[in-house]
Design a protein around this ligand. Structure first.
Ligand code: FAD
Length: 451
């Protein structure tokens, strides 16, 4: 019999775990596996704030797909449309050309992008924190503000450049703010005699008034104390109402002069989710409990892009976390194997195992299996967890070595030269547009596979 052709869209937590499990469970004569993605590395997103703050180098947080996957064919490009009736997706290759890719089983794991709401000026002036390029750009931008403040004689300009505002206090926003506040204060203290460290000001704006609600009340209160010690102002009950090049106006009416607005107020599923003809909730593809997509034959979805029923909290969907994405990827693989072998499929069920938060230095919080930890024990658990979760020895070694080097030698506060006039909006960095309509998909597939 011809091997089944399994196509996975997206090489993130869910996609990579799915491919690894399929490689392990299916013999080459049973299935060929293809993974479509824009890069041949898996970005380990939870460590992105450490790239922005210079604790880790960019390559340390990317796991080579070719090291992890041994017989999966990596198809470079973006899946920009699909025709489930013809069992084909359309891939836009890095060269810009489109090609059709046939599948017997399709696994959709394209993850999420930054959710931009209708705030004037945000798309033009807000910074995101979802890609490696965004993290690297943010670090350069923040250090450039110190450089420019140090040579300016205009107090208003100095104030704008030394004030930084993050909107959104989930783990991405809180960790990034805590680490960058530490970085900018240290840089001002050590390398910029003309900049008063006390003039460097960070604001963390949260709509709900809570930070990292997944931590529970006691640890979240600890996190607030840690932020206060870093001189970070928590602005509760507000969001951004307007962003300009030189200020942000909050929904409370408060105007904060700043050249840096980091937007981490939520994510939304990859736009691909809306281009498949599947039912979506808040942009996420609705799945059944076994991770199949109702109404589309041989199509599965998991990770941030999927709204998977949470069987441990009836009526809710699983949260968009790496923990769920990895487990759902493996679960989808198990169910695909069951399907190919004519066995019954199992529903996905996973109770959250807790979370880990690194605020830089020895400030860390962890809640493994419901046990609250802080300080050095939490740091140990946090770093141990990340090292375990990185899939290759090379990635673990790079990350571990970076941590050691940074703790011994500190930071040199070096920019890599990403200039303000280079494209740097959230839309420039994330794959937000240019997906195909069903008619365009049909035209491309007709051209690729006439008849
Ligand atoms: C800064 C930050 C910190 C975080 N910290 C934590 C944490 O501490 N703990 C936690 O559990 N979670 C954390 N998360 C969330 C976690 O990273 C996500 O839930 C997880 O990455 C989701 O996995 P995924 O496989 O669905 O998507 P991703 O890991 O985002 O992977 C999706 C992949 O699909 C690719 N892709 C996108 N569109 C297409 C397309 N059209 N065609 C082909 N490929 C495509 C992308 O390039 C990417 O490689 C954090 C997220 C961020 C941004």
């Amino acid at each position: 019999m011809k091997p089944a052709r399994i196509v996975i869209v997206g090489g993130g937590f869910a996609g990579v775990e799915c491919a690894r499990r399929l490689e392990r469970k299916l013999r080459p004569e049973e299935a060929e596996i293809h993974l479509v993605g824009p890069s041949d590395g898996q970005l380990y997103l939870p460590l992105l704030p450490q790239v922005a703050s210079g604790v880790l180098t960019s390559v340390a947080v990317v796991v080579s797909l070719r090291r992890v996957l041994h017989r999966t064919e990596i198809v470079p490009g973006l899946a920009v449309g699909a025709d489930p009736k013809r069992n084909h997706i359309v891939v836009r290759q890095p060269s810009g050309t489109h090609c059709g890719l046939e599948y017997d089983q399709l696994v959709l794991t394209p993850g999420s992008i930054t959710r931009i709401i209708d705030v004037p000026g945000l798309p033009q002036h807000g910074f995101g924190m979802k890609t490696l390029a965004e993290a690297a750009y943010l670090r350069d931008h923040v250090l450039r503000q110190l450089d420019l403040a140090a040579v300016s004689d205009d107090p208003a300009e100095q104030r704008e450049r030394l004030t930084f505002v993050t909107v959104g206090a989930g783990y991405a926003g809180t960790e990034t703010t805590a680490m960058l506040a530490r970085l900018t204060k240290a840089a001002a203290r050590e390398y910029y005699p003309r900049v008063d460290p006390a003039a460097v000001k960070w604001y963390l704006v949260t709509h709900s008034g809570r930070i990292m609600p997944e931590l529970g009340d006691r640890l979240a209160a600890r996190a607030k104390q840690m932020l206060a010690r870093r001189d970070i102002d928590l602005v509760a009950g507000a969001s951004a109402a307007e962003v300009t090049e030189r200020s942000v106006t909050l929904t409370t009416g408060q105007v904060i002069p700043t050249r840096t607005v980091l937007w981490t107020a939520g994510v939304t599923a990859s736009p691909l989710a809306d281009h498949l003809g599947a039912t979506t909730i808040k942009g996420r593809i609705v799945t059944d409990a076994d991770l199949t997509v109702p109404g589309l034959e041989d199509v599965w979805a998991c990770g941030d892009a999927a709204a998977v029923p949470n069987l441990t909290a009836p009526g809710e969907f699983c949260a968009p976390t790496a923990q769920h994405a990895s487990r759902q990827g493996r679960h989808a693989a198990d169910n695909i194997v069951a399907t190919l072998r004519g066995n019954p499929r199992a529903p996905y069920r996973h109770k959250d195992l807790g979370m880990v938060v690194d605020l830089g230095g020895f400030d860390a919080l962890a809640r493994p299996l419901g046990v609250g930890l802080r300080g050095a024990p939490a740091q140990f658990v946090t770093r141990g967890y990340h090292l375990m979760a990185l899939r290759t020895f090379a990635a673990r070694a790079r990350t571990g070595f970076n941590w050691l080097l940074h703790s011994l030698a500190g930071d040199d506060f070096i920019r890599i030269g990403l200039a303000d006039d280079a494209p740097h909006t959230i839309g420039d960095f994330e794959d937000t547009g240019d997906y195909l309509t069903p008619e365009q998909v049909t035209a491309i597939l007709d051209e690729c596979h006439p008849g």
